[in-house]
Ligand binder design. Structure first.
Ligand SMILES: Nc1ncnc2c1ncn2[C@@H]1O[C@H](COP(=O)(O)OP(=O)(O)OP(=O)(O)O)[C@@H](O)[C@H]1O
Length: 209
């Protein structure tokens, strides 16, 4: 089953094209890592596929209610505890599996701690545990391993592997080698848009379109 098809996609930020001519697809059980130098447009591409901003050109197709997106920010409710945060997200998405998610990201000992009192790496672990309780098939992840120690990176890699084995798919921007055999890499360097072609009036920002 195809979980994501991207065809001839061009994306823009700040009224300028970032990358263009991007084509790939992801079936159940597949993952793809986006690579490319700082500023080429990895975040912009992920935001566009996640539906947070419109594409400039091309086609994005996926099943309804397929996506769970984890951005640079962890998206936590700081006043809520770890358990309450996960329960909140499970209810929003109609998912579940809080216990399994807490075990997977080693959060059991922190269950009753407010998110505001977590370290950066612990916050990131909670942010990633959110994905596990959504029940969504297609994970879109922007630099998911930032702030994680070696053991936590390994835990995250296991969570991705389990997600793929359960028929999920993942698209992520990361510079880290997660050691996942089933992952392919797409280098965006050849897809960099030709410079100087504005897509919108000066000052336009697709993030607010
Ligand atoms: N808020 C913004 N307003 C205007 N332009 C922006 C904004 N955020 C990013 N850009 C520009 O959009 C282009 C693509 O940025 P993007 O964040 O998608 O790149 P990236 O490949 O994810 O970079 P990095 O590896 O540094 O995270 C860059 O040229 C960047 O300067």
């Amino acid at each position: 089953m195809s979980l994501l098809t991207v065809q001839d996609l061009a994306v823009a930020r700040g009224g300028m094209r970032a990358v263009e001519g991007v084509t790939f697809s992801l079936a159940a059980g597949q993952a793809l890592i986006l690579r490319g130098p700082n500023g080429i447009g990895k975040t912009t591409l992920l935001r566009t596929i996640a539906g947070l901003q419109p594409p400039v050109q091309g086609r994005i197709a996926m099943p309804d209610d397929a996506v769970a997106y984890a951005a640079h920010a962890d998206g936590l409710k700081t006043a809520l505890t770890v358990t309450e945060n996960l329960r909140f997200w499970a209810e929003i998405f109609g998912g579940g599996g809080l216990d399994a998610a807490m075990s997977a990201m080693d959060l059991r000992g922190l269950a009753d701690r407010p998110a505001a009192a977590l370290s950066a790496g612990q916050k990131r672990r909670l942010g990633l545990a959110r994905l596990l309780v959504t029940g969504r098939k297609l994970w879109i992840l922007d630099e998911p391993t930032v702030s994680l120690d070696t053991a936590s990176v390994a835990r995250f890699a296991t969570a991705v592997r389990d997600h793929l084995a359960a028929g999920g798919a993942a698209l992520m921007a990361t510079h880290i080698d997660l050691g996942l055999d089933e992952v392919e890499v797409l280098d965006l360097t050849p897809r960099r848009a030709k410079p100087g072609v504005p897509t919108r009036p000066a000052g336009f920002n697709e993030a607010f379109a």
